[in-house]
Design a protein around this ligand. Structure first.
Ligand SMILES: Nc1ncnc2c1ncn2[C@@H]1O[C@H](COP(=O)(O)OP(=O)(O)OP(=O)(O)O)[C@@H](O)[C@H]1O
Ligand SMILES: [Mg+2]
Length: 261
């Protein structure tokens, strides 16, 4: 069995900025892998490449034995990769249910014309989409607000909505980019319980998170980036005690303090 995700010597440049530099790692199915590092370390850039939002400048990305780094996003998501975004990407004027359903419409085969004429195949697909969406809304616990416009929901529920929408595509690999940002203590604890529940469904999860309690609790293994480079990889305990990791975080804090003086 090939590894689920293999990132091989990946570099990404934006003009003169090297956002990822020679990053390599791989992981097997069924795990929760954490990705941490100070602001600007290159975490979201790496997620954007794994979900094919843009390609690496150099290097390769393989998913379940298939090279994906030159494929467009619409070909990568059906392979089984879904994600949530650091900046929420919900349609504010749509209900929770519609937001989850809309993510599934793009992946159906019958097309717009047969949907418009309500042909039997399209009707059957619509029912399947409804059911799949509803299952995930229940899974994350949003059934009470399924008919509410997303724009009127608090942040905690919007983050659950993003999770439901990603899960509805039935991914093998789920990328969570700061899913707990802005959540209070209790919501963060509930989110880590949900991450375990997702893992127990057999979905592998790749988690970018600044909340150290959450990432240390949920991750089987953690990869640490600093200024675009991988500086450590290991169990939560190993990376917490790694001098390079401590230095990367403290060094950045000092810079921030100097900057505010
Ligand atoms: N689309 C882009 N165009 C230009 N520069 C970019 C782009 N995306 C990221 N960068 C730059 O790449 C570097 C890494 O950014 P990235 O967003 O990946 O960091 P991050 O680790 O996710 O940070 P944070 O913790 O603040 O979310 C930064 O210097 C950033 O300004
Ligand atoms: Mg980021």
């Amino acid at each position: 069995m090939p590894d689920l995700l293999e990132v091989k010597n990946v570099t990404r440049k934006f003009g003169g900025v090297v956002a990822n530099k020679g990053v390599s790692f791989s992981f097997e199915s069924g795990k929760v892998i954490g990705l941490i590092g100070p602001n600007g370390a290159g975490k979201s850039t790496l997620f954007n490449m794994v979900s094919a939002i843009f390609p690496p400048t150099e290097g390769e990305i393989w998913f379940a034995g298939k090279r994906i780094d030159r494929l467009p996003a619409f070909k990568v998501s059906p392979l089984g990769i879904a994600r949530t975004f650091q900046n929420l990407q919900v349609f504010k004027r749509m209900t929770v249910l519609e937001n989850v359903m809309v993510g599934l419409h793009t992946s159906t085969s019958s097309g717009i014309l047969s949907a418009a004429f309500k042909l039997p195949k399209a009707k059957k697909e619509e029912e399947t989409i409804y059911q799949q969406a509803w299952e995930e809304i229940e899974f994350v616990g949003l059934e009470d607000v399924a008919a509410v416009e997303a724009g009127s929901l608090p942040l905690g529920k919007l983050r659950l909505l993003e999770l439901a929408r990603a899960l509805a595509t039935k991914p093998q690999l789920l990328l969570l980019d700061e899913i707990a940002a802005g959540l209070n203590h209790q919501e963060t604890a509930e989110m880590s319980d949900l991450i375990f529940k997702v893992r127990d469904r057999g979905v592998s999860i790749f988690v970018v998170e600044h909340d150290m309690d959450l990432v240390m609790r949920v991750s089987d293994r953690i990869i640490v980036l600093d200024q675009g480079e991988k500086i450590a990889e290991g169990t939560p305990n190993e990376v917490q005690n790694d001098p390079r990791v401590i230095e990367a975080y403290l060094g950045n804090d000092e810079e921030k303090e100097e900057a505010t003086v």
